[in-house]
Design a protein around this ligand. Structure first.
Ligand code: NAD
Ligand code: ZN
Length: 231
């Protein structure tokens, strides 16, 4: 049985990583256009670096929760038959034990150079004078995070997994940002069973055959145990 799982900010909520959609439309006090678009970065790279430096530093204060760990356990059983896609830029899936995670929106722990475009590992603070380890350019290092208007990573591999899957599960995502929000339709068209795990009603809830209403920390381990019992 081939399973594709898509996770969003909700799976890390119980770890203490805030979700995005605050009712005032701001993201931790900032406008999305200022901190999550290439134009915002061009206007004020210092502010964008500070914003992601804070989020990167915050990773040290959070731990994976039972939902992350349950998905790692599922990977141990399914191996390559599980494709785990996350929209999250935290590293909680990896720290929860998952070995193969497709970070379609990038990662706080990676950087890229706007000159030579090489991606590389990054820890600590990034500034407007950070140096690229490859081409040695200064001031052109940016977070390897996919901003609005940019192309997500791993789309080919994701598409291939979606068209071959038997089950598609979406966990803790509001279903508002494309292309991720459209994955359920691709999977459904292929005849896959589609399941959503979320405590709230989402924008694309009607596309899912099954709804599990509840928090990821409780519902994901329960779902994984049931699945492994049946196997
Ligand atoms: P989101 O914040 O839009 O949605 C979070 C979802 O998690 C909600 O559906 C909520 O009901 C659910 N949730 C809350 N607590 C939960 C829990 N304990 N268990 C399970 N689910 C829970 O996050 P998203 O869907 O991951 O956002 C998608 C992408 O949007 C992000 O990857 C990011 O790239 C981008 N983004 C959006 C904004 C924005 O506000 N427009 C800002 C920055 C980035
Ligand atoms: Zn470079």
């Amino acid at each position: 049985m081939k399973i594709v799982i898509l996770t969003g900010a909700g799976i890390s909520a119980e770890s203490g990583v805030p979700t995005f959609r605050a009712s005032d439309g701001l993201w931790e006090g900032h406008r999305i256009e200022d901190v999550a678009t290439p134009e915002g970065y061009e206007r004020n790279p210092g502010l964008v670096h500070e914003f992601y430096n804070m989020r990167r530093a915050h990773l040290h204060q959070v731990e994976p929760n039972p939902a992350h760990r349950a998905l790692a356990k599922l990977e141990q059983h399914l191996g390559n038959d599980l494709t785990l896609i996350t929209q999250n830029v935290d590293d909680l899936h990896e720290r929860g034990g998952s070995k193969r995670v497709l970070h379609m929106h990038g990662s706080l722990l990676r950087a890229t150079c706007t000159s030579c475009r090489e991606p590389f590992h990054w820890q600590g603070i990034m500034t407007v004078s950070s140096k690229c380890p490859f081409c040695k350019a200064m001031g052109l290092v940016r977070p390897a995070i996919v901003w609005f208007g940019e192309m997500p990573y791993h789309l080919e591999e994701i598409e291939a997994a979606l068209v071959a899957c038997d089950v598609f599960v979406s966990i803790g995502t509001s279903g508002a940002v494309y292309p991720a929000a459209g994955f359920v339709q691709i999977a459904h068209l292929q005849g896959a069973k589609t399941i959503e795990i979320n405590p709230n009603l989402t924008q694309n809830a009607h596309h899912f055959a099954e709804q599990i209403q509840g928090n990821a920390g409780t519902e994901v381990p329960r779902w994984v145990e049931e699945l492994l019992d049946q196997a």
